[in-house]
Design a protein around this ligand. Structure first.
Ligand code: NAG
Ligand code: NAG
Length: 512
Protein backbone atom coordinates (compact mmCIF):
# COMPACT_ATOMS: atom_id res chain seq x y z
CA UNK A 1 0.00 0.00 0.00
CA UNK A 2 2.75 2.44 1.01
CA UNK A 3 4.74 1.65 -2.12
CA UNK A 4 1.65 1.91 -4.30
CA UNK A 5 0.90 5.35 -2.87
CA UNK A 6 4.48 6.48 -3.49
CA UNK A 7 4.35 5.26 -7.09
CA UNK A 8 1.17 7.19 -7.69
CA UNK A 9 2.78 10.40 -6.47
CA UNK A 10 6.00 9.85 -8.40
CA UNK A 11 4.01 8.84 -11.46
CA UNK A 12 1.91 11.98 -11.29
CA UNK A 13 4.89 14.31 -11.02
CA UNK A 14 6.92 12.47 -13.61
CA UNK A 15 4.18 12.65 -16.22
CA UNK A 16 4.00 16.44 -16.16
CA UNK A 17 7.67 16.68 -17.17
CA UNK A 18 7.49 13.85 -19.68
CA UNK A 19 6.86 15.18 -23.18
CA UNK A 20 4.63 12.23 -24.17
CA UNK A 21 6.46 11.83 -27.46
CA UNK A 22 6.82 8.34 -28.91
CA UNK A 23 9.90 6.62 -27.58
CA UNK A 24 12.99 7.62 -29.58
CA UNK A 25 11.43 10.92 -30.72
CA UNK A 26 13.19 13.67 -28.84
CA UNK A 27 12.14 17.05 -30.31
CA UNK A 28 9.06 19.02 -31.20
CA UNK A 29 8.67 21.78 -33.79
CA UNK A 30 6.70 25.02 -33.43
CA UNK A 31 4.72 25.44 -36.66
CA UNK A 32 3.99 29.10 -35.89
CA UNK A 33 0.69 30.32 -37.38
CA UNK A 34 0.26 27.30 -39.65
CA UNK A 35 -3.25 26.22 -40.68
CA UNK A 36 -4.50 22.97 -39.17
CA UNK A 37 -4.95 21.47 -42.63
CA UNK A 38 -1.28 22.12 -43.44
CA UNK A 39 -0.10 20.69 -40.11
CA UNK A 40 -2.07 17.49 -40.72
CA UNK A 41 -0.34 17.11 -44.10
CA UNK A 42 3.07 17.97 -42.66
CA UNK A 43 2.71 15.32 -39.93
CA UNK A 44 2.01 12.68 -42.56
CA UNK A 45 4.40 13.68 -45.34
CA UNK A 46 7.40 15.03 -43.39
CA UNK A 47 7.38 15.05 -39.57
CA UNK A 48 6.59 11.38 -38.97
CA UNK A 49 9.06 10.04 -41.58
CA UNK A 50 11.82 12.28 -40.15
CA UNK A 51 11.34 11.42 -36.48
CA UNK A 52 9.78 14.62 -35.14
CA UNK A 53 7.97 13.94 -31.85
CA UNK A 54 5.33 16.63 -32.04
CA UNK A 55 4.12 20.06 -33.03
CA UNK A 56 3.51 23.14 -30.92
CA UNK A 57 0.57 24.88 -32.55
CA UNK A 58 -0.58 28.49 -32.32
CA UNK A 59 -3.48 29.15 -29.90
CA UNK A 60 -6.57 27.31 -31.25
CA UNK A 61 -9.22 29.31 -29.36
CA UNK A 62 -11.19 32.28 -30.64
CA UNK A 63 -9.27 35.56 -30.62
CA UNK A 64 -9.99 39.21 -31.29
CA UNK A 65 -9.53 40.49 -34.85
CA UNK A 66 -7.33 43.58 -34.80
CA UNK A 67 -7.34 45.86 -37.84
CA UNK A 68 -4.84 48.53 -36.69
CA UNK A 69 -2.26 47.22 -37.36
CA UNK A 70 -3.70 44.70 -39.79
CA UNK A 71 -4.17 41.27 -38.19
CA UNK A 72 -0.85 41.16 -36.31
CA UNK A 73 0.45 37.77 -35.15
CA UNK A 74 -0.14 38.84 -31.54
CA UNK A 75 -3.91 39.08 -31.97
CA UNK A 76 -3.91 35.32 -31.32
CA UNK A 77 -2.72 36.05 -27.80
CA UNK A 78 -5.96 37.97 -27.10
CA UNK A 79 -8.72 35.41 -26.40
CA UNK A 80 -12.42 36.13 -26.79
CA UNK A 81 -13.71 32.63 -26.01
CA UNK A 82 -12.63 29.00 -25.86
CA UNK A 83 -14.37 28.07 -29.11
CA UNK A 84 -11.98 26.39 -31.51
CA UNK A 85 -11.96 28.74 -34.47
CA UNK A 86 -9.10 30.91 -35.58
CA UNK A 87 -7.30 31.83 -38.80
CA UNK A 88 -5.68 28.36 -38.54
CA UNK A 89 -9.03 26.65 -38.97
CA UNK A 90 -12.28 25.54 -37.35
CA UNK A 91 -13.02 22.74 -34.90
CA UNK A 92 -13.58 20.13 -37.62
CA UNK A 93 -10.18 20.88 -39.10
CA UNK A 94 -8.60 20.94 -35.64
CA UNK A 95 -9.97 17.48 -34.79
CA UNK A 96 -8.85 16.16 -38.17
CA UNK A 97 -5.31 17.47 -37.56
CA UNK A 98 -5.03 15.97 -34.07
CA UNK A 99 -6.30 12.60 -35.29
CA UNK A 100 -4.10 12.43 -38.36
CA UNK A 101 -0.95 13.58 -36.55
CA UNK A 102 -1.53 11.18 -33.64
CA UNK A 103 -2.19 8.36 -36.10
CA UNK A 104 1.34 8.77 -37.48
CA UNK A 105 2.89 9.21 -34.02
CA UNK A 106 3.32 13.01 -34.07
CA UNK A 107 1.68 14.65 -31.06
CA UNK A 108 0.06 18.06 -30.71
CA UNK A 109 0.99 20.63 -28.01
CA UNK A 110 -1.42 23.51 -27.55
CA UNK A 111 -0.33 27.07 -26.77
CA UNK A 112 -2.78 27.75 -23.92
CA UNK A 113 -3.54 31.46 -23.35
CA UNK A 114 -5.19 31.36 -19.94
CA UNK A 115 -3.71 34.33 -18.06
CA UNK A 116 -5.89 36.92 -19.75
CA UNK A 117 -8.47 37.78 -22.39
CA UNK A 118 -8.16 40.57 -24.99
CA UNK A 119 -6.66 44.01 -24.47
CA UNK A 120 -8.61 46.63 -22.51
CA UNK A 121 -8.88 48.75 -25.66
CA UNK A 122 -10.23 46.01 -27.94
CA UNK A 123 -13.67 47.66 -28.05
CA UNK A 124 -17.04 45.95 -28.23
CA UNK A 125 -18.66 43.97 -31.02
CA UNK A 126 -18.24 40.69 -32.81
CA UNK A 127 -14.82 41.32 -34.38
CA UNK A 128 -13.56 37.93 -33.25
CA UNK A 129 -12.55 34.84 -35.19
CA UNK A 130 -15.79 32.94 -34.42
CA UNK A 131 -17.90 36.09 -34.50
CA UNK A 132 -18.66 35.96 -30.76
CA UNK A 133 -19.85 39.20 -29.17
CA UNK A 134 -17.70 40.77 -26.44
CA UNK A 135 -17.22 44.05 -24.66
CA UNK A 136 -13.69 44.72 -23.42
CA UNK A 137 -14.66 47.86 -21.51
CA UNK A 138 -17.26 46.09 -19.36
CA UNK A 139 -15.21 42.86 -19.38
CA UNK A 140 -18.10 40.92 -20.81
CA UNK A 141 -17.30 37.71 -22.71
CA UNK A 142 -20.68 35.93 -22.99
CA UNK A 143 -19.29 33.13 -25.19
CA UNK A 144 -17.32 31.77 -22.20
CA UNK A 145 -19.09 33.34 -20.19
CA UNK A 146 -16.87 35.71 -18.16
CA UNK A 147 -18.00 38.99 -16.64
CA UNK A 148 -16.29 41.79 -14.71
CA UNK A 149 -16.28 39.64 -11.55
CA UNK A 150 -13.86 37.23 -13.20
CA UNK A 151 -10.98 39.70 -13.55
CA UNK A 152 -8.25 40.93 -11.21
CA UNK A 153 -9.01 44.67 -11.30
CA UNK A 154 -9.69 44.82 -7.57
CA UNK A 155 -6.54 42.90 -6.75
CA UNK A 156 -4.05 44.86 -8.84
CA UNK A 157 -2.19 47.55 -6.93
CA UNK A 158 -0.42 49.47 -9.71
CA UNK A 159 -1.49 53.02 -10.60
CA UNK A 160 -2.38 52.30 -14.23
CA UNK A 161 -3.74 48.79 -13.74
CA UNK A 162 -0.89 47.52 -15.94
CA UNK A 163 2.31 45.86 -14.79
CA UNK A 164 4.69 48.76 -14.10
CA UNK A 165 7.39 47.14 -11.98
CA UNK A 166 8.80 43.66 -12.63
CA UNK A 167 10.41 43.68 -9.18
CA UNK A 168 6.94 43.67 -7.59
CA UNK A 169 5.81 40.03 -7.71
CA UNK A 170 2.16 40.85 -6.98
CA UNK A 171 2.00 43.39 -9.79
CA UNK A 172 3.50 40.95 -12.27
CA UNK A 173 0.82 38.41 -11.41
CA UNK A 174 -2.23 40.51 -10.51
CA UNK A 175 -2.02 43.40 -12.95
CA UNK A 176 -2.54 43.62 -16.69
CA UNK A 177 0.28 42.51 -18.95
CA UNK A 178 0.41 45.24 -21.63
CA UNK A 179 -3.27 46.07 -20.93
CA UNK A 180 -4.53 42.48 -21.41
CA UNK A 181 -7.57 41.86 -19.17
CA UNK A 182 -6.16 39.75 -16.33
CA UNK A 183 -8.26 36.74 -15.31
CA UNK A 184 -8.88 36.08 -11.60
CA UNK A 185 -7.41 32.59 -11.54
CA UNK A 186 -7.89 32.34 -7.78
CA UNK A 187 -11.66 32.02 -8.43
CA UNK A 188 -13.04 28.49 -8.63
CA UNK A 189 -15.31 29.48 -11.48
CA UNK A 190 -12.44 30.83 -13.63
CA UNK A 191 -10.31 27.79 -12.84
CA UNK A 192 -13.23 25.59 -13.84
CA UNK A 193 -13.74 27.34 -17.20
CA UNK A 194 -10.02 27.19 -18.04
CA UNK A 195 -9.78 23.51 -17.06
CA UNK A 196 -12.93 22.78 -19.06
CA UNK A 197 -11.27 24.29 -22.16
CA UNK A 198 -8.06 22.35 -21.63
CA UNK A 199 -9.92 19.09 -20.95
CA UNK A 200 -11.90 19.55 -24.14
CA UNK A 201 -8.57 19.59 -25.98
CA UNK A 202 -7.26 16.60 -24.00
CA UNK A 203 -10.35 14.61 -25.01
CA UNK A 204 -9.73 15.49 -28.66
CA UNK A 205 -6.25 14.00 -28.26
CA UNK A 206 -3.66 16.71 -27.60
CA UNK A 207 -0.54 15.60 -25.67
CA UNK A 208 0.24 18.70 -23.65
CA UNK A 209 0.31 22.45 -23.25
CA UNK A 210 2.62 25.41 -23.46
CA UNK A 211 1.29 27.65 -20.71
CA UNK A 212 1.52 31.16 -22.13
CA UNK A 213 2.50 33.99 -19.74
CA UNK A 214 2.91 31.57 -16.80
CA UNK A 215 5.13 34.13 -15.05
CA UNK A 216 2.05 36.35 -14.85
CA UNK A 217 0.07 33.76 -12.90
CA UNK A 218 0.60 32.52 -9.34
CA UNK A 219 2.19 29.03 -9.45
CA UNK A 220 -0.51 27.80 -7.05
CA UNK A 221 -3.29 29.03 -9.36
CA UNK A 222 -1.70 27.22 -12.31
CA UNK A 223 -1.38 24.11 -10.16
CA UNK A 224 -5.06 24.25 -9.16
CA UNK A 225 -6.02 24.25 -12.85
CA UNK A 226 -3.60 21.46 -13.77
CA UNK A 227 -4.99 19.30 -10.97
CA UNK A 228 -8.35 19.39 -12.74
CA UNK A 229 -6.91 18.04 -15.99
CA UNK A 230 -7.87 14.61 -17.27
CA UNK A 231 -5.51 11.88 -18.32
CA UNK A 232 -4.66 11.79 -22.02
CA UNK A 233 -6.93 10.12 -24.55
CA UNK A 234 -6.23 6.37 -24.41
CA UNK A 235 -6.83 6.03 -28.15
CA UNK A 236 -3.23 7.21 -28.54
CA UNK A 237 -1.69 7.38 -25.04
CA UNK A 238 -1.19 4.87 -22.27
CA UNK A 239 -3.71 4.84 -19.43
CA UNK A 240 -2.84 7.33 -16.70
CA UNK A 241 -0.63 9.54 -18.90
CA UNK A 242 -0.91 13.22 -17.95
CA UNK A 243 -0.59 16.20 -20.30
CA UNK A 244 2.97 17.46 -20.79
CA UNK A 245 3.27 20.94 -19.27
CA UNK A 246 5.84 23.58 -20.18
CA UNK A 247 5.38 27.03 -18.77
CA UNK A 248 6.48 30.26 -20.39
CA UNK A 249 8.53 31.85 -17.62
CA UNK A 250 10.96 34.48 -18.85
CA UNK A 251 13.73 34.41 -16.27
CA UNK A 252 17.01 35.89 -17.50
CA UNK A 253 18.07 36.52 -13.90
CA UNK A 254 17.76 39.79 -12.02
CA UNK A 255 14.04 39.57 -11.22
CA UNK A 256 12.34 38.10 -8.16
CA UNK A 257 10.22 35.60 -10.16
CA UNK A 258 12.28 32.51 -11.00
CA UNK A 259 11.70 29.60 -13.32
CA UNK A 260 12.14 27.32 -10.32
CA UNK A 261 8.95 28.78 -8.74
CA UNK A 262 7.05 26.73 -11.35
CA UNK A 263 8.80 23.34 -11.15
CA UNK A 264 5.88 21.96 -9.14
CA UNK A 265 3.68 22.23 -12.25
CA UNK A 266 5.94 21.03 -15.06
CA UNK A 267 8.86 22.19 -17.14
CA UNK A 268 9.73 25.82 -17.85
CA UNK A 269 11.03 27.56 -20.95
CA UNK A 270 14.75 28.28 -20.34
CA UNK A 271 15.20 31.67 -22.05
CA UNK A 272 18.83 31.98 -20.96
CA UNK A 273 19.63 29.13 -23.34
CA UNK A 274 19.04 30.93 -26.65
CA UNK A 275 20.27 34.29 -25.34
CA UNK A 276 23.60 32.78 -24.22
CA UNK A 277 24.07 30.45 -27.18
CA UNK A 278 23.50 33.36 -29.57
CA UNK A 279 26.07 35.45 -27.69
CA UNK A 280 28.63 32.62 -27.87
CA UNK A 281 28.14 31.79 -31.54
CA UNK A 282 28.21 35.49 -32.50
CA UNK A 283 31.41 35.75 -30.37
CA UNK A 284 30.04 38.77 -28.54
CA UNK A 285 31.25 39.87 -25.08
CA UNK A 286 34.45 37.84 -25.45
CA UNK A 287 32.50 34.57 -25.51
CA UNK A 288 33.96 31.52 -27.29
CA UNK A 289 32.63 28.09 -28.11
CA UNK A 290 35.38 26.59 -25.92
CA UNK A 291 33.39 27.88 -22.92
CA UNK A 292 30.50 25.58 -23.89
CA UNK A 293 32.32 22.64 -22.27
CA UNK A 294 30.05 22.89 -19.20
CA UNK A 295 26.93 24.02 -21.13
CA UNK A 296 23.69 23.43 -19.22
CA UNK A 297 23.32 23.72 -15.45
CA UNK A 298 26.96 24.93 -15.38
CA UNK A 299 25.74 28.11 -17.07
CA UNK A 300 23.10 28.77 -14.42
CA UNK A 301 20.27 27.12 -16.32
CA UNK A 302 17.44 25.19 -14.66
CA UNK A 303 17.99 21.43 -14.28
CA UNK A 304 17.97 19.61 -17.62
CA UNK A 305 14.82 17.61 -16.79
CA UNK A 306 12.93 20.83 -16.02
CA UNK A 307 13.97 22.69 -19.19
CA UNK A 308 12.26 23.25 -22.53
CA UNK A 309 14.94 24.76 -24.78
CA UNK A 310 15.08 26.54 -28.12
CA UNK A 311 17.43 28.82 -30.05
CA UNK A 312 14.67 31.32 -30.85
CA UNK A 313 10.91 31.53 -30.36
CA UNK A 314 8.08 33.43 -32.05
CA UNK A 315 8.56 36.40 -29.71
CA UNK A 316 12.29 36.88 -29.51
CA UNK A 317 12.94 36.15 -33.20
CA UNK A 318 11.31 39.55 -33.86
CA UNK A 319 12.68 41.42 -30.83
CA UNK A 320 9.71 40.76 -28.50
CA UNK A 321 10.01 39.02 -25.15
CA UNK A 322 13.35 37.96 -23.81
CA UNK A 323 16.85 37.65 -25.17
CA UNK A 324 17.53 40.80 -27.09
CA UNK A 325 19.81 41.22 -30.07
CA UNK A 326 21.91 38.10 -29.48
CA UNK A 327 19.06 35.74 -30.46
CA UNK A 328 19.92 33.84 -33.65
CA UNK A 329 17.19 33.29 -36.23
CA UNK A 330 16.71 32.19 -39.83
CA UNK A 331 17.77 35.71 -40.86
CA UNK A 332 21.36 34.64 -39.99
CA UNK A 333 21.21 31.16 -41.50
CA UNK A 334 24.89 30.19 -41.23
CA UNK A 335 25.18 30.91 -37.52
CA UNK A 336 21.62 29.77 -36.88
CA UNK A 337 22.27 26.28 -38.27
CA UNK A 338 25.32 25.95 -36.01
CA UNK A 339 23.30 27.01 -32.97
CA UNK A 340 20.45 24.60 -33.73
CA UNK A 341 23.02 21.88 -34.50
CA UNK A 342 24.72 22.45 -31.15
CA UNK A 343 21.38 22.40 -29.30
CA UNK A 344 20.22 19.17 -30.93
CA UNK A 345 23.57 17.42 -30.37
CA UNK A 346 23.84 18.43 -26.72
CA UNK A 347 21.97 16.32 -24.13
CA UNK A 348 20.64 19.27 -22.08
CA UNK A 349 16.89 19.92 -22.00
CA UNK A 350 13.88 18.97 -24.11
CA UNK A 351 14.32 20.64 -27.49
CA UNK A 352 11.91 22.66 -29.62
CA UNK A 353 12.77 23.65 -33.19
CA UNK A 354 11.32 26.90 -34.57
CA UNK A 355 9.54 27.10 -37.93
CA UNK A 356 8.73 30.63 -39.05
CA UNK A 357 7.21 32.81 -41.72
CA UNK A 358 9.18 35.56 -43.45
CA UNK A 359 8.08 39.17 -42.98
CA UNK A 360 9.40 42.45 -44.40
CA UNK A 361 11.78 43.32 -41.58
CA UNK A 362 12.53 47.03 -41.43
CA UNK A 363 14.83 48.54 -38.83
CA UNK A 364 14.33 52.15 -37.78
CA UNK A 365 16.64 53.29 -34.98
CA UNK A 366 17.51 49.68 -34.19
CA UNK A 367 13.91 48.53 -33.89
CA UNK A 368 11.97 46.48 -36.44
CA UNK A 369 8.90 48.60 -37.21
CA UNK A 370 7.31 45.55 -38.89
CA UNK A 371 7.67 43.25 -35.87
CA UNK A 372 3.86 43.00 -35.69
CA UNK A 373 3.24 41.52 -39.16
CA UNK A 374 1.17 38.34 -39.13
CA UNK A 375 1.47 35.20 -41.22
CA UNK A 376 1.43 35.23 -45.04
CA UNK A 377 -2.19 35.99 -45.85
CA UNK A 378 -4.59 36.94 -48.62
CA UNK A 379 -6.38 40.28 -48.85
CA UNK A 380 -9.45 38.80 -47.09
CA UNK A 381 -7.23 37.96 -44.10
CA UNK A 382 -7.16 34.21 -44.70
CA UNK A 383 -3.78 32.60 -44.02
CA UNK A 384 -1.95 31.30 -47.08
CA UNK A 385 -1.37 27.57 -47.33
CA UNK A 386 2.12 26.15 -46.92
CA UNK A 387 3.13 25.09 -50.42
CA UNK A 388 5.98 22.63 -50.95
CA UNK A 389 8.52 23.24 -53.74
CA UNK A 390 10.13 20.52 -55.85
CA UNK A 391 13.34 20.82 -53.78
CA UNK A 392 11.30 20.14 -50.54
CA UNK A 393 11.56 23.77 -49.32
CA UNK A 394 8.39 25.76 -48.62
CA UNK A 395 6.73 28.49 -50.65
CA UNK A 396 4.39 31.41 -49.87
CA UNK A 397 6.98 32.94 -47.49
CA UNK A 398 6.93 30.02 -45.06
CA UNK A 399 10.56 29.54 -43.99
CA UNK A 400 10.26 25.93 -42.79
CA UNK A 401 13.58 25.87 -40.91
CA UNK A 402 12.62 22.36 -39.78
CA UNK A 403 12.98 21.24 -43.41
CA UNK A 404 16.50 22.63 -43.80
CA UNK A 405 18.66 19.55 -44.37
CA UNK A 406 21.09 20.44 -41.58
CA UNK A 407 18.30 20.94 -39.02
CA UNK A 408 16.19 17.96 -40.08
CA UNK A 409 19.27 15.71 -39.96
CA UNK A 410 20.17 16.98 -36.49
CA UNK A 411 16.64 16.17 -35.26
CA UNK A 412 17.36 12.61 -36.42
CA UNK A 413 20.86 12.77 -34.84
CA UNK A 414 19.28 13.63 -31.46
CA UNK A 415 16.91 10.67 -31.73
CA UNK A 416 19.84 8.33 -32.42
CA UNK A 417 21.70 9.78 -29.39
CA UNK A 418 18.74 9.33 -26.99
CA UNK A 419 20.11 8.43 -23.55
CA UNK A 420 23.79 8.59 -24.58
CA UNK A 421 26.18 10.55 -22.34
CA UNK A 422 28.05 13.71 -23.28
CA UNK A 423 31.58 12.52 -24.11
CA UNK A 424 34.97 13.18 -25.76
CA UNK A 425 34.83 16.97 -25.50
CA UNK A 426 37.64 18.74 -27.34
CA UNK A 427 38.36 22.42 -27.93
CA UNK A 428 41.23 24.53 -29.16
CA UNK A 429 40.75 27.18 -26.49
CA UNK A 430 38.89 29.24 -29.06
CA UNK A 431 35.92 28.51 -31.32
CA UNK A 432 36.83 25.07 -32.59
CA UNK A 433 35.02 22.48 -30.47
CA UNK A 434 33.85 18.89 -30.74
CA UNK A 435 31.98 16.40 -28.62
CA UNK A 436 30.38 13.01 -28.85
CA UNK A 437 27.46 11.13 -27.40
CA UNK A 438 28.81 7.80 -26.13
CA UNK A 439 29.58 5.53 -29.07
CA UNK A 440 26.68 6.75 -31.24
CA UNK A 441 27.65 10.12 -32.68
CA UNK A 442 30.14 12.98 -32.88
CA UNK A 443 29.93 16.64 -33.91
CA UNK A 444 32.70 19.13 -34.75
CA UNK A 445 32.42 22.93 -35.14
CA UNK A 446 34.85 25.43 -36.64
CA UNK A 447 33.59 28.89 -35.72
CA UNK A 448 37.10 30.38 -35.81
CA UNK A 449 38.36 32.57 -38.64
CA UNK A 450 40.91 30.03 -39.79
CA UNK A 451 40.83 26.52 -41.20
CA UNK A 452 40.73 23.49 -38.98
CA UNK A 453 42.64 20.26 -39.57
CA UNK A 454 42.72 18.06 -36.50
CA UNK A 455 42.51 14.41 -35.50
CA UNK A 456 40.05 13.68 -32.72
CA UNK A 457 38.81 10.78 -30.63
CA UNK A 458 35.20 10.20 -31.72
CA UNK A 459 34.33 7.22 -29.53
CA UNK A 460 32.71 5.65 -32.61
CA UNK A 461 33.21 2.18 -34.08
CA UNK A 462 35.62 2.05 -37.03
CA UNK A 463 34.16 2.71 -40.46
CA UNK A 464 33.18 5.27 -43.05
CA UNK A 465 30.53 7.76 -41.96
CA UNK A 466 28.45 10.21 -43.95
CA UNK A 467 28.46 13.81 -42.67
CA UNK A 468 24.79 14.70 -42.22
CA UNK A 469 25.46 18.47 -42.42
CA UNK A 470 27.05 18.74 -45.89
CA UNK A 471 24.79 15.96 -47.18
CA UNK A 472 23.18 12.78 -46.01
CA UNK A 473 23.12 9.06 -46.51
CA UNK A 474 20.75 8.05 -49.33
CA UNK A 475 20.55 4.31 -49.87
CA UNK A 476 24.19 3.25 -49.51
CA UNK A 477 25.55 6.50 -50.96
CA UNK A 478 26.63 9.67 -49.18
CA UNK A 479 25.71 13.00 -50.79
CA UNK A 480 28.09 14.92 -48.48
CA UNK A 481 31.58 14.61 -47.03
CA UNK A 482 32.81 11.25 -45.78
CA UNK A 483 34.60 10.77 -42.46
CA UNK A 484 36.87 7.77 -41.80
CA UNK A 485 37.02 6.52 -38.23
CA UNK A 486 39.96 4.19 -37.57
CA UNK A 487 39.95 1.18 -35.25
CA UNK A 488 41.14 3.33 -32.32
CA UNK A 489 38.16 5.68 -32.78
CA UNK A 490 40.27 8.53 -34.20
CA UNK A 491 39.17 10.55 -37.22
CA UNK A 492 40.59 13.53 -39.06
CA UNK A 493 38.39 16.60 -39.53
CA UNK A 494 39.19 19.35 -41.99
CA UNK A 495 36.71 22.20 -41.87
CA UNK A 496 37.34 25.40 -43.81
CA UNK A 497 36.28 28.55 -42.00
CA UNK A 498 34.74 29.59 -45.31
CA UNK A 499 32.58 26.47 -45.59
CA UNK A 500 28.89 27.12 -46.17
CA UNK A 501 28.28 25.19 -42.96
CA UNK A 502 31.46 25.04 -40.87
CA UNK A 503 30.45 21.97 -38.88
CA UNK A 504 30.35 18.20 -39.36
CA UNK A 505 28.12 15.60 -37.67
CA UNK A 506 28.37 11.83 -37.94
CA UNK A 507 26.35 9.06 -36.32
CA UNK A 508 25.96 5.31 -36.40
CA UNK A 509 22.73 5.38 -38.43
CA UNK A 510 24.56 7.24 -41.22
CA UNK A 511 27.48 4.82 -41.46
CA UNK A 512 28.23 3.62 -44.99
C1 NAG B 1 -14.62 24.07 -41.44
O1 NAG B 1 -13.78 24.55 -42.48
C2 NAG B 1 -13.86 23.77 -43.67
C3 NAG B 1 -12.79 24.30 -44.62
O2 NAG B 1 -12.91 25.67 -44.81
C4 NAG B 1 -15.25 23.85 -44.23
O3 NAG B 1 -15.34 23.07 -45.41
C5 NAG B 1 -16.22 23.35 -43.20
O4 NAG B 1 -17.54 23.51 -43.67
C6 NAG B 1 -16.06 24.09 -41.88
N1 NAG B 1 -16.88 23.43 -40.89
C7 NAG B 1 -17.65 24.09 -40.05
C8 NAG B 1 -18.42 23.28 -39.07
O5 NAG B 1 -17.75 25.29 -40.07
C1 NAG C 1 43.78 29.51 -29.12
C2 NAG C 1 43.84 28.93 -30.49
O1 NAG C 1 43.58 29.60 -31.45
N1 NAG C 1 44.17 27.65 -30.54
C3 NAG C 1 44.22 26.85 -31.73
C4 NAG C 1 42.91 26.66 -32.40
O2 NAG C 1 43.09 25.73 -33.42
C5 NAG C 1 44.04 26.03 -34.39
C6 NAG C 1 44.17 24.85 -35.32
O3 NAG C 1 43.02 24.12 -35.45
C7 NAG C 1 45.37 26.35 -33.82
O4 NAG C 1 46.22 26.82 -34.85
C8 NAG C 1 45.23 27.37 -32.74
O5 NAG C 1 46.48 27.59 -32.14
Amino acid sequence: MGIYFLLLIVGFCWAQYNPNTLSGRTSIVHLFEWRWADIALECERYLAPNGFGGVQISPPNENVIITDPWQPWWERYQPISYKLCTRSGNETEFRDMVTRCNDVGVHIYVDAVINHMCGANAGAGDHATCGSYFNAKTEDFPAVPYSGWDFNDGKCKSRSGDIENYHDVSQVRDCRLVSLLDLALEKDYVRFKVAEYMNYLVDIGVAGFRIDAAKHMWPGDVKAILEKLKDLNTKWFSAGAKPFIYQEVIDLGGEPIKGSDYFGNGRVTEFKYGAKLGTVIRKWNGEKMAYLKNWGEGWGFVPSDRALVFVDNHDNQRGHGAGGASILTFWDPRLYKMAVGFMLAHPYGFTRVMSSFRWPRSFVNGRDVNDWIGPPSNSDGSVKPVTINADTTCGNDWVCEHRWRQIKNMVIFRNVMDGQPFSNWWDNGSNQVAFGRGNKGFIVFNNDDWNMDVSLQTGLPAGTYCDVISGQKEGNKCTGKQVYVSVDGMANFQISNNAEDPFVAIHVNAKL
